[in-house]
Design a protein around this ligand. Structure first.
Ligand code: NAI
Length: 338
């Protein structure tokens, strides 16, 4: 027999489950939208993360195939697949982190806001499931438009009485990853040595790189500042156009999502000084949500950092960003309240 009999298979599964339950050290992570362009490489990267003991892969299509594939990797995490709405509960129960890349991506000519109609409903359904099955989980929300889907998630959790602002994180890591790459290119440095804070939100002018706060300390000409700001703000569109109708950033996004989830896991473990940018409930500006540096700890986003000194160029950018953000946040909130 090439395949184990049902009996053998169930005893193998029992042992795997036993290992997963029996306190194999590590965290339980679910990916919702795991069969998608981001979901698949993200599933692979999370299966490679030594901090993950259980990996749940949920989608409304094709999750069995992705699960079978990823489960053959000889790394520690036990992988389980979940298909369709009726298996959402099983996918979510007991999870420490839920990563959400479910929803349609952009095509050329579309803004992230054009995705609102479809993705708002998807995010609402998934967050209702989270409120019911794993209200204490840390949510990493990737589905666009992030500037609106994070407020949607917050409203769903408020309605359910489970809202903890520290545990709801909009993923803006790709903007930081791009900023590090493009700035390193201009400076002639290795991107791993560069750290660029990117604040505001995750769309067009709301993506505000703070080039005056780049580490290592450096300075840019006005032309370089203009070029870098534009390239960072339009990095997503660069990929959408190059992919010519077949999707948006998936590989760099999966990398960024895995990097962000790893930071969340290290925070949950109790590591000190884990700081990343994220779009969160915030008092840094007058807006209810804003992306800035946050310290990730055992309970989620434990500290939100102020923006620090800004240049005139950045102050102008901040005003533009806030104007657009206010509208996107309002749109998300009204979607649930209306
Ligand atoms: P994709 O279309 O390749 O994959 C999306 C997956 O979500 C599909 O497998 C689909 O079956 C699944 N899905 C749809 N409805 C679902 C539901 N109700 N429950 C569970 N799964 C569901 O799209 P891709 O390229 O993976 O992008 C996903 C999302 O991530 C898009 O909204 C995109 O705009 C966003 N994105 C966000 C970025 C960020 O920086 N935050 C960067 C790049 C993309």
């Amino acid at each position: 027999h090439l395949h184990p009999s049902n009996h053998q298979e169930s005893s193998i599964l029992r042992r795997a489950n036993c290992r997963a339950k029996g306190g194999a050290p590590g965290f339980k992570v679910a990916i919702l939208g795991a069969a998608g362009g981001i979901g698949q490489p993200l599933a692979m990267l999370m299966k490679m993360n030594p901090l993950v003991s259980v990996l749940h892969l949920y989608d409304v299509v094709n999750s069995p195939g992705v699960t079978a594939d990823v489960s053959h990797m000889d790394t520690g995490a036990v992988v389980r697949g979940f298909l369709g709405q009726q298996q959402l509960e099983g996918a979510l129960t007991g999870m420490d982190i839920v990563i959400i890349p479910a929803g349609i991506p952009r095509k050329p000519g579309m803004t992230r806001d054009d995705l609102f109609k479809i993705n708002a409903g998807i995010v609402r359904t998934l967050c209702e499931g989270i409120a019911k099955c794993c209200p204490n989980t840390l949510v990493n929300l990737i589905s666009n438009p992030v500037n609106s889907t994070v407020p949607i998630a917050a409203e769903v959790f408020k309605k359910a009485g489970t809202y903890d602002p520290k545990r709801l994180l909009g993923v803006t890591m790709l903007d930081v990853v791009r900023a590090n790459t493009f700035v390193a290119e201009v400076l002639g440095l290795d991107p791993r040595e560069v750290d660029v804070p990117v604040v505001g939100g995750h769309s067009g002018v709301t993506i505000l790189p703070l080039l005056s706060q780049v580490k290592p300390p450096c300075s840019f000409t006005p032309e370089e500042t203009e070029y870098l700001t534009n390239r960072i703000q339009n990095g997503g569109t660069e990929v959408v156009e190059a992919k010519a109708g077949t999707g948006s950033a998936t590989l760099s996004m999966a990398y960024a999502a895995a990097k962000f989830a790893d930071a969340c896991l290290r925070g949950l473990r109790g590591d000190a000084g884990v700081v990343e940018c994220s779009f969160v409930a915030s008092q840094v500006t007058e807006l209810p949500f804003f992306a800035s540096k946050v310290r990730l700890g055992r309970t989620g986003a434990e500290e939100i950092y102020q923006l620090g000194p800004l240049t005139e160029y950045e102050r102008v950018g901040l005003e533009k960003a806030k104007k657009e953000l206010a509208g996107s946040i309002h749109k998300g909130v009204s979607f649930i309240r209306a």
